[in-house]
Design a protein. Sequence first.
Length: 397
Amino acid sequence: MTTHVKRAFKYRFYPTDAQTAELSRTFGCVRKVYNMALAARTQAWVTRQERVNYNQNSAMLTAWKKTEELAYLNEVSSVPLQQTLRHLQTAFTHFFGKRAKYPRFKSRKKSRRSAEYTTSAFRFRDGKLTLAKMAEPLAVVWSRPLPEGVSPSTVTVSQDSAGRWFVSLLCDDPGIKPLPENGNAVAIDAGLEHLLTLSTGEKITNPRHERRDRAALAKAQRHLAKKEKDSANRARARLKVAKIHARIADRRRDSLHKITTRLVRENQTIVIEDLTVRNMVKNRKLARAISDAAWSEFRSMLEYKAVWYGREVIAVDRWFPSSKLCSHCGTLQEKMPLNVRTWTCDCGMTHDRDVNAAHNLLAAGLAVTVCGADVRPQRSTPGGQSATKQKPSRREP
């Protein structure tokens, strides 16, 4: 089976002073156009109950460029400005489809600084990338080669909070093909003491990336808190804090990529638990540890890599009592506090809490492939009876 996978290859680059000025100007214009278009849409709906679409916003952009006040919009490439209108249209499509909240205005200080260029606004030849309105190519660090014989369809330039510049090239990757089926199945129980516990009994240690830099981060944040607002010293102190956060995030992302790639390559079916992380981080005692574990990012990586390589990821309903259920006899315990890591069932079987939970998740997940029962979150599959909602059967020891 032939698959066409669109994949983004992200590289770091080092712009010249002229390129920095041009890109910063482009970021500002992109943010301005997005906010003006959002304001126009909001105003039209509030006053006339009228929906403004992309074509109408595009016509507004043409009119804005002709005014003296907004003439500076002509100084940057028109493609990123049109792309930001398309992004706004997508945001409203998700909003009306009840998949997202109402779009918000972009902040000069907090919003992501980025601009998207399509094929008409960049030139990619002989390994050199030149953007519109620029006289020389970007000094890109090609840390890995692009797939042979392909050309990028979209280029996104961005600058993170730590001041680093990145360029992301979207192109087809013919090298991504479904892996041979191996019939292996594994369930994963996420935790804090151990990042992941597999149904095979393997436990993956939680690297706790944030803890390694916690002292340096606290010191940098104390220095930042003492600086005068909007001063140059505060900007430099803020940059130091951002660099520490970036270092932590880079290590975490690298670790998750290695783990998810191994799991997808070794197993045909992977069963996970549908965790509501956004609610779990409301626990003030565990919020920092849960955020550092990055369970949502882990699941996201696992799901898109499974699609790439022809694997299956099954998400078991979050209310399934995997920790309280005996995987040997099916007895459901009334309580199972977090501090209980090992427990003995009435049938005499002693369980490691996390391994037992992984065994139960695997059994529930395999019910999907065997009898087609529904163990996915009810928000995505309304109606029907979930296999995880049924009372566990009691078997005589």
